[in-house]
Design a protein around this ligand. Sequence first.
Ligand SMILES: *Cc1c(COP(=O)(O)O)cnc(C)c1O
Length: 486
Amino acid sequence: MDAEQLRENAHKMVDFIADYYKSIENFPVLSQVQPGYLHNLIPDSAPHHPESLQNVLDGYIDIQEKILPGVTHWQSPNYFAYYPSNSSVAGFLGEMLSAGLNIVGFSWITSPAATELEMIVLDWLAKLLKLPEDFLSSGQGGGVIQGTASEAVLVVLLAARDKALKRVGKNSLEKLVVYASDQTHSALQKACQIGGIHPQNFRVLKTDSSTNYSLSPDSLAEAISRDLTIGLIPFFLCATVGTTSSTAVDPLLALGNIAKSNGMWFHVDAAYAGSACICPEYRQYIDGVEEADSFNMNAHKWFLTNFDCSALWVKDRNTLIQSLSTNPEFLKNKASQANMVVDYKDWQIPLGRRFRSLKLWMVLRLYGLENLQGYIRNHIQLAKHFEGLVAQDLRFEVVTPRIFSLVCFRLLPPHNDEDHGNKLNHKLLDDINSTGKIFISHTVLSGKYILRFAVGAPLTEWRHVNAAWEVMQDKASALLARLSIE
Ligand SMILES: *Cc1c(COP(=O)(O)O)cnc(C)c1O
């Protein structure tokens, strides 16, 4: 690690990245390469002798010609697929600093600043979200940065499992039951698989358009009482605020009350929509979070923090620690032994961890609440505008009411269409994405194939939304014209 070499080359790299952002609209948003494309472009084995830095950096021939064609440009203003994965100057600088210091902060002693800044910054964010005080680090709870929402739900499921087993006996694992709606992210299923939950004890409760795909408290109560009668043990409920398919919002208060009266752990997954709740007018969507044992939102989705940064709060940190802590000799130290500090290794799956709070700290300080709120509101306005455009074109329909910055819509099928427009919309999606001009994704709700338009890339402006709609209209017209000829 030669400091002068770093200075010289890192400046070049920053220039390259800045130029990338300047020209980002010139690339096809969705990479158009075929599977295995890179195999023929890159040697079979690593070089024996060092290549000159000049060779790799000057002109970035390899990066320009070999890597970028295989990149899907998540930061493009014309990216509207899945959910956004934000970057920002502040997030980038924090990421850079974190890479520069390159510490491994598993225990407090391995870099006290890493642990303490994480605690403070997650307290800051909890206060912006008006989370209940029990989630703050000053009491029994606290926040921790996980890599992803998937890891967040896994660690709380393990904590909840072990807490329940302590109560009912270790032999009862196969009686433990998990509840969630059919709109819950597949990360929960994975967590159940890893956590040893019996596959038949994962209750996926049906939702439909009558509740806009939110979980009905009645159906939860019924499922729980059925399970109790046959001697099973309900122990975990996962509710979602802003589901991945359509941003459905589960009613936290009613669900939380049911979970509580059954002694269950209540986890709230707000991976995408949590960010919006820093605005007073959207905070209502997490009303009832007071009942939750844990709450998660991805700062790396829609909160200007470069991937990865998933914020998880728990009310009782000891439950996590009891499940996940180990204390080998080689990690023993005075501060940990005296229980004076938080050792985040006991709140997560891996031992090693990065100094990720720097990114979030930079974002919160360089933008401030006001700008962050403006940022969220602007995207929601853009989505609302898009929703209006779709509603005006009678060939299309908006499928579920828009709540945040996602619009679910589809092209209406001709009356005699056999599969109710599913193939039609699938074809439309492919036609749109293969232009490379924009990238959108899809979902299926009640058997209907639906297009998803998720606003949230930091560079997206009104003109991009309008242009995207034009691409969609053009492709729809062409598709319908072809159909009428056939
Ligand atoms: C994106 C998302 C997830 C998964 O996020 P990862 O951080 O990639 O694991 C889970 N739940 C919801 C509601 C999401 O939107």
